[in-house]
Ligand binder design. Structure first.
Ligand code: PNW
Length: 491
């Protein structure tokens, strides 16, 4: 692979390019049952099935950002970010999940945070849904229930109304793939419903409709007075052929990318709209082979194809890693039926450098390929990178993280200057070590180390914090020798 590519690379970001960091409510806030907040699906999972969290931790206190948000803002100020991406806790704002009771403390908390950010000139980029569904709504079926379209629109409506004068940039959903596949088609994420091959597709139907309804609501009712923008953040594991000369693998990698990224991007960002044709065909073929008289996934009708199309002002991309396609067939880890089996390809993670997360392999060139593919597949959309980051065990001299950021950012520069990909901003995951879902605190992605055995939750900056601060201050990849060590130095 072209690893030498980045050594000759560009270092300066174009004028107007912006930088931020991201967090998510359940991963940092804590205060899980304080001042009216109700239980969410991650509270439920980590309390009732603690063995499902690698280190048995939970989000009860997490980074205690509910109480320590001013410390968060100080750290953001140190980094010098243009914007801060965080998410709202639905269960803190609407404890029943429905619009019938608004918790004043939820409104107060986010107003306080927004005011503190405004004082430091840090722009908020706010995610409405980053996985912490109120348990009350999960009890009704969660994202497999079509009523969620209304519940989500009501929640979005309230947030636009309450916070829309302070928030000009909204993200409806963080990573619909993870929401639908990991949580309803598997048990990798809460609520761990594991309705593989069925629940995952019910979820995508409802989620895409809920997204579209919220977009139209914002567009028609709020945008004329609030003048903001609204988008969705789609995650990709980018798939590449393990042997680039193998035509069958090349074709299958594209099928896998349609199933992964295209599942949610195609309905929103293409001219024709709807789910990718290859996805609809594959699921129909598999369903027939299973003896079903009706496919487990069906194309949207014309009304919904039109209603969902074009409903994002930018393409938000969360990207971490690349995996490989080794050939046709049923992946050995695929359940039956399942999204993975429906792809009809065998995947492997045997590629690139390691992180502390099994799934996260370091493959910077894959990022460039994904971005070029997005430009050509989706009509050259304006793109924000809404997450990108690297996990380790929490070392303060985090050279591997610095190298990851450097090499991935370098690929962004390559595609901007060489291919004209329209990337407008970059968001690093994450401000500080936080509750990494089923990995608990065992995998750490932060610029700040958080000591979770200390009730004060002290935050200690890592070397990567200075790297990112220098980068932002100069709008240029730092060349300073103190950031450059080999991978083995940081272990
Ligand atoms: C994201 N993958 O999840 C989430 O948005 C964050 O909340 C999370 O902490 C962060 O990335 C690190 O995991 C992902 O398999 C989950 O490519 C899986 C993948 C990527 C991102």
């Amino acid at each position: 692979l072209a690893l030498c590519h980045s050594s000759t690379a560009y270092t300066k970001f174009p004028p107007g390019f912006t930088f931020g960091v991201a967090t998510a409510s359940h991963q940092i806030e804590g205060a899980w049952n304080v001042n009216g907040k109700s239980e969410n699906v991650w509270d439920r999972l980590s309390h009732t099935r603690p063995e499902m969290i690698a280190d048995g931790t939970n989000g009860d206190i997490a980074c205690d950002s509910y109480n320590r948000y001013l410390e968060d803002v100080e750290e953001l100020e140190y980094l010098g970010v243009d914007f801060y991406r965080f998410s709202l806790s639905w269960a803190r704002i609407l404890p029943t999940g429905r619009i019938d009771y608004v918790n004043p403390d939820g409104i107060r908390y986010y107003n306080d945070l927004l005011d503190a950010l405004a004082e430091k000139n840090i722009e908020p980029l706010v995610t409405l849904f980053h996985w912490d569904l109120p348990q009350t709504l999960q009890d009704l079926g969660g994202w497999t229930n079509p009523k969620m379209i209304d519940y989500f629109r009501d929640y979005a409506d309230l947030c636009f109304k309450e916070f829309g004068t302070k928030i000009k940039s909204w993200i409806t959903f963080n990573e619909p793939y993870e929401i639908c596949e990991d949580a309803y088609g598997d048990e990798k994420k809460a609520p761990a419903v594991n309705s593989h091959g069925v629940g995952n597709y019910l979820c995508s139907d409802n989620l895409l409709k809920a997204h579209a309804e919220s977009y139209h609501l914002y567009n028609e009712t709020y945008r004329p007075v609030q003048n903001g923008r609204i988008m969705i953040s789609i995650n990709s594991i980018w798939y590449e052929p393990s042997d680039p000369a193998n035509v069958q693998q090349v074709v299958l990698a594209d099928v896998a990318n349609q199933f992964k990224f295209g599942w949610f991007a195609h309905p929103i960002f293409t001219v024709e709209g709807g789910y990718p044709a290859v996805m609809v065909e594959n699921v129909a073929r598999q369903s027939a082979a299973e003896g079903l008289s009706k496919p487990r996934l069906e194309q949207f009708d014309d009304y919904w194809i039109q209603r969902i199309k074009g409903t994002s002002d930018f393409l938000g991309i969360n990207h971490y890693t690349t995996h490989l396609i080794t050939g046709p067939g049923v992946d050995p880890i695929a359940k039956s039926p399942s999204w993975l089996k429906d792809i009809g390809a065998v995947t492997t993670m045997e590629v690139g450098g390691d992180s502390a997360s099994e799934w996260l392999r370091v493959v910077p060139t894959g990022f460039a390929n994904l971005l070029r593919w997005c430009k050509s597949s989706y009509n050259d959309p304006p793109i924000y990178i809404t997450e990108n980051g690297f996990s380790d065990l929490g070392t303060l001299l985090d050279y591997d993280r610095i190298k990851y950021f450097n090499d991935y950012l370098s690929e962004i520069l390559n595609v901007i200057y060489d291919d004209g990909v329209n990337v407008l901003g970059y968001t690093a995951w994450t401000l500080m070590d936080n509750f990494e879902w089923r990995a608990g605190f065992s995998e750490r992605f932060g610029f700040y180390y958080v000591n979770i055995t200390d009730p004060e939750r002290p935050r200690t900056k890592k070397l990567s914090a200075d790297y990112y601060r220098d980068l932002i201050a100069n709008r240029e990849l730092p060349q300073d020798e103190r950031y450059k060590k080999t991978i083995s130095d940081s272990l």
